[in-house]
Ligand binder design. Structure first.
Ligand code: TRP
Length: 355
């Protein structure tokens, strides 16, 4: 087993990844890949909680997300990709953890609530839908990570995960409830209390200038977009400014992009000063400059993605996933064995066979 501390994080395969994912979480994953033993999860079981009628789409998106990851620099040689449905230990641990979370606590989760609203689900959601939030605790804890790099909206899922980890350690590993969070394992607990880590830009605004960037709101710049597409999407970003000498608001949506994607502090300052004074600088010009920076960010991604295009690329991805499934199950099974022993469920040992 690796000596490095672990990371677990992941994405739900309901569509391609975009710049909001990049600044919120992907960028952190790439930056941390050498210092942590990384497990990256494709939460395809969770995709079924809202799209049980679309298995083909979920399968397609599962493979596409792996391609997005590799394109980003999440190197499959340095990390383990985990297909959720291939890890029986996750579903099994979900059951045990579900007993340690009050039902009302699960339903009060603000991220869960806003999803119900955004998707217009009303009272018409499956029993499985809120289960995904307990499942997310199991996704994380089965790998016993220290760190979970996520977008801001996911922090509401990390909190119950921390609660459930403490409770398990207290109940079944007899750890004193007064123990500090970072001392639980030393005190005999099975699970470290994992910490969330939000990216450089917690919440990237979409190209509609209003809502958080999201595929379903049609305001996203995808990692696969061309320079032309990026320019067009940014071109439509409304600022309300009319002329080049009108003082502009440097807290508007356009300047969120300036600060997120022009990684040259002096240039950002220069632009902010000129803009706020209305010093002969047009929105259109700034948009093109931002588009160029985004394009430069995506350029190496296009190169890394190229060998994985098309059906042959799919086959390569499947091969990677098959190999990684073994590694992921080895880690998950170890946790399940220990968890069940702690719960007095040590009736036997099993080994999973994957071919
Ligand atoms: N719910 C997350 C999302 O939609 C994906 C996810 C599933 C996840 N399980 C996880 C993220 C565990 C971090 C840790 O973005």
């Amino acid at each position: 087993m690796s000596e490095k501390p672990r990371i677990l994080t992941g994405d739900t395969p309901t569509g391609q990844l975009h710049l909001g994912h990049w600044v919120g979480s992907l960028e952190n994953r790439v930056a941390l890949i050498d210092d942590y033993e990384c497990f990256f999860l494709i939460a395809n079981m969770h995709a079924f909680t809202t799209r049980a009628d679309q298995p083909e789409g979920i399968r397609r998106s599962t493979l596409d997300i792996v391609k997005d990851w590799i394109a980003c620099g999440m190197d499959p040689e340095k990390s383990t990709f985990v297909v959720q449905t291939e890890i029986p230990g996750i579903a099994e641990l979900t059951w045990y953890l579900a007993m340690l979370l009050p039902f009302n606590r699960v339903m009060r989760n603000p991220t869960l609530k806003s999803e119900l609203e955004d998707k217009g689900l009303g009272d018409n959601y499956s029993f499985g839908f809120p289960m995904y939030s307990v499942g997310q605790c199991a996704d994380i804890l089965v790998f016993r990570p220290e760190l979970v790099p996520v977008g801001e909206d996911q922090l509401a899922h990390i909190e119950p995960c921390r609660e459930v980890a403490r409770r398990f350690n207290q109940l079944y590993c007899k750890v004193d409830p007064h123990t500090e969070d970072d001392e639980y394992v030393k005190a005999g607990g099975l699970f470290p209390i994992p910490e969330g880590k939000v990216g450089r830009v917690a919440r990237l605004i979409g190209t509609d200038g209003k809502h958080k960037m999201s595929k379903s709101l049609n305001n996203a710049i995808f990692l696969t977009d061309t320079f032309k597409q990026i320019k067009k999407k940014l071109g439509g970003l409304y600022t309300g400014r009319q002329t080049m000498d009108e003082p502009g608001d440097i807290n508007n949506a356009l300047f969120q992009y300036v600060r997120a994607f022009i990684r040259d502090e002096e240039r950002v300052k220069e632009l902010e000063e000129a803009y706020s004074k209305g010093d002969n600088i047009g929105d259109g010009h700034i948009k093109v400059e931002v588009a160029e920076h985004i394009d430069r960010l995506l350029e190496p991604m296009r190169a890394r993605r190229a060998p994985y295009e098309g059906e042959q690329g799919d086959a390569k991805v499947l091969e990677i996933l098959r190999e990684h499934t073994r590694k992921a199950n080895a880690a998950a099974e170890e946790t399940l064995q220990l968890a069940k022993e702690a719960m007095g469920l040590d009736f036997g040992k099993r080994s999973l066979l994957f071919e």
